[in-house]
Ligand binder design. Structure first.
Ligand SMILES: [Zn+2]
Length: 101
């Protein structure tokens, strides 16, 4: 597992007058660090809320994916380069760390 360079979690999405803001770092919210802003455009607020909530979950999704991949490797010795789960997890983790697509 790599050392995190991103803002430490947990992250949380909060609605504001212009859309959604994702905060991380520390709680309470007032002490949090702004991670992302998802601006609302009229009737697209449902989609922007879903996007903000997905961004807010990403820090925990990344650490969970890394932990699951480590456990999967340890508990089921196999050819990782042929395992769809390992390939997908490695690609997602690489993407989160700035590699891959
Ligand atoms: Zn695997």
């Amino acid at each position: 597992m790599r050392a995190a360079r991103h803002t430490l979690g947990p992250w949380a999405a909060h609605e504001w007058s212009g859309g959604w803001i994702v905060y991380g770092g520390r709680q309470p919210l007032a002490a949090g660090i702004e991670v992302a802003r998802v601006n609302a455009n009229g009737d697209e607020n449902d989609r922007h809320e879903a996007d903000a909530r997905l961004i807010a979950a990403s820090s925990e999704l990344l650490s969970s994916c890394e932990a699951l991949l480590d456990d999967h490797r340890r508990m089921e010795p196999h050819h990782e380069h042929l395992c769809a789960a390992c390939i997908a997890a490695q690609a997602a983790i690489a993407k989160a760390h700035g590699g891959g697509a």
